[in-house]
Design a protein around this ligand. Sequence first.
Ligand SMILES: C[S@@+](CC[C@H](N)C(=O)[O-])C[C@H]1O[C@@H](n2cnc3c(N)ncnc32)[C@H](O)[C@@H]1O
Length: 299
Amino acid sequence: MAEKHHDLSTAPGIWSLRQLPEMDEAQFSQWRTLLEHRTGMTLTRERKSFLETNVGIRMREIECNSYQAYYEKIVSGNEAVVEWGILVDRLTVQETRFLRDPDAFRLVSDYILTRPREVLKRRPLEAWSVGCSTGEEPYTLAMLLNESMTQLDLPPLFGVTGSDISKPAIEKARRGQFSARKLIGMDENLKTRYFRPAERNTVEIVESIRQRVCFTRLNVLDLKQAPMHGMNIIFCQNLLIYFRRWRRREIVKRLAERLAPGGLLVLGQGELTDWQPPGLQRVPSENVLAWIRRQSDEE
Ligand SMILES: C[S@@+](CC[C@H](N)C(=O)[O-])C[C@H]1O[C@@H](n2cnc3c(N)ncnc32)[C@H](O)[C@@H]1O
């Protein structure tokens, strides 16, 4: 008698066990185009399995069994906006940490410490972390601005804005609560001054710093709509690396427009090569890619 096999994939409730087929070339190209058009991120061929895995996980969650049907859900219909918001969070790389690029943060501190005192007293400093992920970068900026102001014996007159395309990342950033492991290797002084132990092996950012940092959801392709102007510091690291060169230039040009005269723009090392953004002057540094907006009409 022939052995009886159970087809688990068709049994109710365990649809999720079914294997999704490989994405064919046309489907990959369609998804890749959509992602680049909406976020700027280019997906290399090597990242096809990353796309398949993450789109696949989401499709299983909502019991959708064809890439095409899911694509339609993303581009049209009542739930398209919400569904896209969920998917984009899964497709973006959100790796980040406190003080990720120590040289860049040192440059920021030196920049503040060498500003004319009267300028620092006259108007609160505004900093912006573009593509801030879960908040480690803007909180680092806030801690360092606070350190610098303390060193200068000035009141902590500054604000930091973090923006990102991912809603869950922004929500996590707003909570200001992190795994205690995230502080491993951090200077003890910074740890004790800026973090408090919280529930279940987590730490939270102290209130005085949280109050100075706000978060907003913003697609960097929509900078025209961004209300940020007159920024003293713009920090944009590990976001443009996923973009084409022409788009990086476009975005940097737009970010430069949002700087106050004399303001500082910091990118990740190697993120923009062979090009000088108009109106900006390169900061001489071997380890940090940064520019200052020309001071002609500064304060
Ligand atoms: C690798 S993280 C970098 C985080 C932080 N800047 C750092 O260097 O540690 C890249 C972030 O860029 C965000 N991102 C990707 N595309 C974006 C877009 N079009 N607009 C705004 N944020 C975007 C992602 O959601 C992710 O949080």
